[in-house]
Design a protein around this ligand. Structure first.
Ligand code: FES
Length: 327
């Protein structure tokens, strides 16, 4: 058996946990390999996979970035930070996943691609945000590109993959800001001294990403790349929302979306098994093609929403009274 289709048509496959490692305080990595006789689809640096997490309270879909070298075809390596505030995904993985266990995962998907032809790249990681950036650093090393990494963690004990990173040969600057005498990374100063043609990448907690976006707002947007792990408070939209109508072209359904409802909620309540995961506009699972109407994009994925004819229906809304989706 290779890929199996989930009820919503998304291909999933079983993989075996070939290794589980404690990478840092509160961080485990899992090395996932194909089942005997099967293969893993390739991926590019910055990609993530969806992992089905069967907790006691029901199945959850969680997204984890791939940390290994994209040239590897025999394994996926993910890392999971134990999040005490989690809705069960990271806790379950820490407490239950062991070597030899079979997990079900989706195919790699990339919302945080690497500009491989950039002459210089500056990677800024905060905590578990290291995972996609480590894969990027590996790829940039293979391509013999100039790169440097600022890696923020509270202490060395909490900096997963630090030794792997140091072996790559790029410039790596750890910033352990809970250590005596160490200050937080001065993003403003760092960005100011970085040449205009350098591509900047940032992944980590929303406080770091917001601070980063503040200091890069005058730079060419094509050189700025971020990946969110959770939505910042203002991503939920501004001001009171209004009700609107959503037409579902393929299902031939017309539904009302209340001011306090999302399209996703309404569509699922009507019986459509559409995929979703984060419900915060950061994972891309619920993307739907827009057939007509104007969209109020509130996700954090579509880099330039004006170029897209699709929307994330967990957070985005219609701009006018109605919108038609290809669902
Ligand atoms: S469910 Fe993650 S973007 Fe909508």
């Amino acid at each position: 058996m290779s890929a199996v289709l989930r009820a919503d048509g998304v291909p999933m496959r079983d993989v075996v946990v070939a290794a589980r490692r404690e990478e840092a305080e509160g961080v485990v990595s899992l090395e996932l390999r194909a089942m005997p006789g099967e293969y893993l689809p390739g991926f590019s640096a910055g990609a993530h996979i969806e992992v089905h997490v069967p907790t006691e309270r029901g199945g959850l879909q969680r997204h984890y970035s791939l940390a290994n070298d994209p040239s590897e075809r025999h394994r996926y390596v993910i890392a999971v930070a134990r999040d005490p505030a989690s809705r069960g995904g990271s806790q379950w993985i820490h407490d239950h996943v062991r070597e030899g266990q079979v997990l079900r995962v989706g195919e790699p998907c990339n919302n945080f691609p690497l500009a491989e032809d950039a002459a210089r790249s500056l990677l800024i990681a905060g905590g578990i945000g290291i995972t996609p950036l480590l894969s990027m650093a590996r790829r940039l090393t293979t391509l013999n590109r100039n790169w440097s990494m600022y890696y923020c963690a509270r202490t060395p004990a909490r900096a997963a993959f630090l030794q792997d990173l140091l072996k790559l040969g790029g410039e790596v600057v750890p910033v352990f800001d809970a250590m005596p005498g160490v200050s937080k990374l001065d993003l403003q100063a760092l960005v100011e001294k970085t040449s205009a043609d350098t591509h900047l990448y940032c992944c980590g907690p929303s406080s770091l990403l917001q601070a980063f976006l503040d200091v890069v707002r005058h730079r060419d947007k094509r050189t700025v790349h971020v990946e969110w792990f959770s939505a910042p408070p203002e991503a939920a939209g501004t001001g009171p929302d209004s009700a609107f109508t959503v037409h579902l072209a393929r299902s031939n359904l017309t539904l009302q979306v209340g001011a306090h409802q999302s399209i996703l909620e309404v569509v699922r309540a009507a019986g459509l098994d559409v995929p979703y995961s984060c419900m915060e506009g950061i994972c891309g699972s619920c993307e739907a093609r827009v057939v007509s109407g104007e969209c109020d994009h509130r996700d954090l994925i579509l880099a330039d929403p004006a170029c897209h004819r699709s929307m994330m229906i967990c957070v985005s809304r219609a701009k006018g009274d109605a919108i038609t989706l290809d669902l």
